[in-house]
Design a protein around this ligand. Structure first.
Ligand code: TRP
Length: 463
């Protein structure tokens, strides 16, 4: 088969791809979501399951997703359709691409709203609003934002426009430089926050919370959330990494690349956890605070450290950048498909996608104030909004199922020869290990997590 060429161009090198994919992976998932879902699910045991999922599910699926993308060299929908045809498989496989586009729309719609919180905090921090605040003041600053749909809409609009502009110009220009400078900066400022956390007097409590597993604190739903987050944080299961893979030069090593990205991504999340939980405990806050967790705790850290307003501003700028480099990968699959199949140019395609995602974002905005509903869950009264529904539907269901399909496609439905050829690591130990994992271990792990959710099996009995 002659090699395909992407109509959207190629990364300049393997390193450019690593930067772009790391930019996609590292985002709100690491700094905002990981700490709050860890807090909600009891800490250590949840973190352990999450780490196991990164290794056994995340890395193998990332390799599968990149190799599929590079072989197809098109938007995920067209890639899946073409590869299914090449391998004499049913055209139904393109559903993987479609489901990814839908998941991407839903995720970007709320992701942009949360990134908007980050934008708002850049200005609050710069204005010195956090200086000397206590927990109650931090909470009222946050409530003043989320309970005001107009403010949220303004920030969401700005972020969505920022995202659409980058995608309309093609994801390559600028992304490389931005990630090269911003990732290390984000790393340094997280280290600074961990340094502050060490001085709260409750650091070891935070460490124990994160790393001492208490399986009694982890529910079946928590196990699913941990696995779902492995997909979310590595941007897997919806075609973001597949479309980035489609721009990857032929000679780049997919295995090394995937491991590098997963390691960086995990480090950022763990650092965020180490920075936040000691502050939570030192201020008598609730770890299970939900999506507001970092916005209620980090102002306390910045409000009490020297140069806090400066570092706080810098931190939230970097958070917004990290979210930005993730957001563009969420809409790139849809934009690439529109350009390929509908014959419209990138600018029109991105604008269209941006407007639809922007409209959908209004649902999330409202779900923090007006549009909330009460329901009974296992005898407990809960109130929730559609934001939670969006989050659970995508991260816990659509991404794992999409990823499972990709693992099965690469492991069972592509010929061994195609896979060997595309991974380019020969048919030796490394390849065989991955092949075994992606064919057996990964699919079984995903299925087991779903089965324990619906109560067919109880993995806590396996200890
Ligand atoms: N990984 C990003 C984060 O952790 C979010 C993200 C970007 C994503 N692209 C994705 C999640 C594709 C799922 C699928 O913030």
């Amino acid at each position: 088969m002659s090699e395909r060429v992407s109509t959207h161009g190629q990364w300049s090198s393997r390193f450019a791809f690593v930067l772009a994919a790391t930019g996609s992976a590292v985002g709100l998932g690491n700094i905002w979501k990981f700490p709050y879902i860890t807090g909600e699910n009891g800490g250590g045991a949840f973190v352990l399951v999450y780490l196991v999922c990164i290794a056994l599910v995340g890395i193998p699926i990332m390799m599968a997703e990149i190799l599929i993308g590079r072989r197809g060299r098109a938007s995920p929908i067209n890639t899946m359709r073409m590869l299914a045809r090449d391998e004499n498989r049913h055209g139904i496989w393109q559903v993987v691409g479609w489901s990814g586009v839908v998941a991407g729309f839903i995720i970007i719609s709320y992701y942009s709203v949360i990134a908007g919180w980050g934008l708002a905090y850049v200005f609050r921090s710069a204005a010195g609003v956090f200086n000397g605040v206590d927990a109650a003041a931090a909470k009222s600053i946050f409530d003043g934002l989320v309970l005001d749909p107009e403010k949220l809409l303004a920030w969401h609009t700005i972020f969505m426009v920022m995202t659409t502009i980058v995608v309309s110009r093609g994801v390559r220009s600028g992304l490389e430089q931005a990630v090269r400078v911003l990732m290390p900066a984000l790393f340094v400022i997280l280290l600074l926050l961990v340094g502050y956390a060490m001085n709260t007097g409750r650091f070891m409590e935070g460490v124990a919370f994160l790393f001492k597993p208490d399986f009694g604190a982890l529910s079946a739903g928590g196990v699913l959330t941990a696995m779902g987050h492995a997909f979310f944080t590595l941007s897997l299961g919806m075609g973001a990494i597949m479309v980035y893979g489609s721009y990857l030069p032929k000679d780049a090593s997919i295995a090394r690349t995937s491991i590098t990205i997963a390691v960086i991504d995990t480090l950022v999340a763990l650092l965020a956890g180490l920075a936040i939980f000691p502050v939570v405990f030192a201020n008598g806050l609730e770890a299970a605070n939900g999506p507001s967790l970092i916005f209620n705790t980090l102002p306390l850290a910045f409000g009490h450290m020297p140069w806090g307003a400066f570092f706080g501003t810098l931190f939230f700028i970097l958070l917004v950048f990290a979210a930005w480099t993730s957001a563009i990968s969420l809409i790139e699959p849809a934009v690439a498909w529109l350009v390929e199949n509908q014959g419209i140019n990138r600018v029109k395609a991105s604008t269209l996608v941006g407007v639809v995602a922007w409209l959908l974002g209004i649902v999330t905005i409202m779900s923090f104030s007006r549009w909330r509903f009460e329901f009974n869950f296992a005898g407990e009264k809960k109130t929730t909004g559609l934001f939670d529904v969006f989050d659970i539907l995508t991260a816990n269901f659509m991404l794992p199922l999409g990823g499972l399909a990709m693992a099965l496609f690469a492991g069972w439905f592509m010929s061994r020869q195609s896979v060997v050829e595309e991974l380019g690591m020969g048919d030796r130990v490394g390849f065989r290990l991955w092949y075994y994992v992606v064919r057996y271990v990964t699919p079984v792990a995903v299925v087991v997590v779903f089965l324990q959710l619906i109560g067919v099996i109880d993995i806590k009995d396996w200890k």
